[in-house]
Design a protein around this ligand. Sequence first.
Ligand SMILES: *Cc1c(COP(=O)(O)O)cnc(C)c1O
Length: 225
Amino acid sequence: MTDPEGERLAALTATIRTLEARYGRAPGAVSLLAVSKRQSVAAMRRLCAAGQRAFGENYVQEALGKQAELHDLALDWHFIGPIQGNKTAEIAANFSWVHSLDRMRIAERLNRQRPAELPPLNVMIEVNISGEATKHGVARDELGALIEGVRRLPRLALRGLMTLPEPTPDVARQRAAFAALAALARNAVPPLEELSMGTSDDYPAAIAEGATWVRLGTLLFGPRR
Ligand SMILES: *Cc1c(COP(=O)(O)O)cnc(C)c1O
């Protein structure tokens, strides 16, 4: 049987469990989000058959098309891409998590547009941890005000923080960026529990520093189309 995604999922899950043990994390503390942007629905179906439920998408139209094609599967959809104001209604109605919230205006729209029959939308605030001018995410010095504002919105459930730091092969620098995000979550009052951090290139460092979600695309699916 050739099921490359299923085999990669099993191997990555084992690696994550090993890293949890190595870094003193509780068994199962780290969840794997399968980042499926520009990957086929056939591959997503194989991953689901192998036990994967949580999928992360960056582009609303692409995600809605896949949701229609995969409607027979019980999947958990996470939005992880930049959020445009004219897409918030579709995000609020069709996702259970948003990892990339970075401004109050978008939070207010998602709160207003979350359908009444659904539970509050789980959100994570994306933080610009590396301070690059081009990157998405709220600046560290504006994070406190955004946390306070989001916590006042009844149709959003603020769960944690997310970051996509400047890429570096230097593991010490990877860990420093993730440690900084973890400190921001720990120092929030009350503290934030979830940390969405780590991609195919740096997830071991993220697990070492407290990630509760690692977002893996390439390692799970192979290169994107
Ligand atoms: C594409 C993407 C990922 C996955 O990246 P890989 O290197 O393929 O694992 C993770 N997080 C975000 C926000 C992304 O856009």
